[in-house]
Design a protein around this ligand. Sequence first.
Ligand SMILES: [Zn+2]
Length: 500
Amino acid sequence: MPIKIAISPISDTQKNYLLIAQSRPTSSRAIEALLNVCCDEDITSGREAVHPEWAKIFTVNIRQLKKQLKASQLVQLEQIFGQAAFYDPAVLKINLSASRLVFLLGAGASKPRPSGIPTVSELLVDLLQRARKLNRQDLDRLADFCEEANITNIEDLLTAAQLSEFCSRNPTVLRLIEFLIYRKGRDDSETQPYPTMSHSRGFRLPIGDLSAVAFLQDTLQVLFGLLSSRMLPAKPNAAHKAIAKYAHANKSTSIVTTNYDCCMDLALGTEGRDFSYLVDFMNKQSSENRAQAKSSLIKLHGSLNWFYCDTCQQVHQIDIKKTIKEYLTDQGCYSVIAVCRECGGQRRGLIVPPLAMKFDMAPPLTPLIGRTQESFNAADIIIAVGFSFADADLYISRMLTKALQSSKETQLVVFDPDYTVVEKLRRQMSLHVSGFNPGRILRVGGDCSEMLPAFLARRLKFIKTKPMVEFKDKAIRVPTKERQIQHRTKASRRRPKGRS
Ligand SMILES: [Zn+2]
């Protein structure tokens, strides 16, 4: 049976049914709507897809469906929705009070309102839109290029910028890259396409356009400024607050995050009193001694309230609450680059794009990697919230693999609306951990600011599903001149009116 789960193609009739089901998810009308959709000829033949939101309706009505349907029919439905389930029923069996939890937060955790920070895939588009308003030629050119080349990942841009900067300082590396990738220099007939400079040993080495690199640095500073202006005013959402509540009730909880924003920090309270960053700040007393019996917030990629001076190699922490207040009331400004009080050099925000770690750009962050592995190893359950397991964060996936490898009991619960994330993880772990039981990775879909608090308060069973944004304003009225999918089943006559 070639039933597909996807957001499109979806007929208006199916959208109508979904609206009915979502208005009262645990009702006989919702069940009827679900069954009508699943019996539809267009769907069973694969011409039309089943929207993933139906998995929610299926999950919350599973007990009632068991009573109503034959076992074989139920199996069929499970085959359709099993992979897209709203949450794995095994999540309800987790004994929270007897388990040691560690949280891993990604960009998706800061997306739900009121935080409202775009995820990695949306951030660059958002920043470039803001950049256009600054009326700068370099930024316009960059925005044009990214648009034309369909580049939407900010991590790709930051990585490329960093590589360019590195190559401009190390011409031999650039030359090797050109040889290895573009085969330049292998063919005698090919002339050198770049300016060259004399090397002390008599070779002629290429140099990048140094003025372009200086310009790039400036462009990046502007982008970092835009990034900060997006993240600085962000407020914690219900997911951050639920984690903070858990961390206060369960001392020595570890929260690992790749986010630069301070939503989690603000939810936790005051650093030093309520939690520790596990970083030695020059302007604070050593956090090592105070870290005992206190929850820790491990910010692997740095933080908006951390500044680093290359010359003194010291990290400074600014008072984030005060800074946000001053920023919002225009009483003070947030500096992307500041003057170092110790040496008069430059203090820059300690914010590191993921791939940069390999270039040893921020030595103060290196010890945090070891602390992350320790906390993963000590966990009974690792809870990943809005973490996309992208290639750029491969080192984190490896640390997780190691933790799941060293203890056969450790479970991973993934809070993510995208069900393919868990599918991918299960495949990866099965490849890397011998005899891996995929059931150790559990999924909770939906909005994490709704689902995580319910999970931690053991209320997951009773959660009501929120309608999806795209259906909020009666998406059925959206004119689609595309293929209108006709429904020929008996039930279609009783259906509410489709698009008029
Ligand atoms: Zn300094």
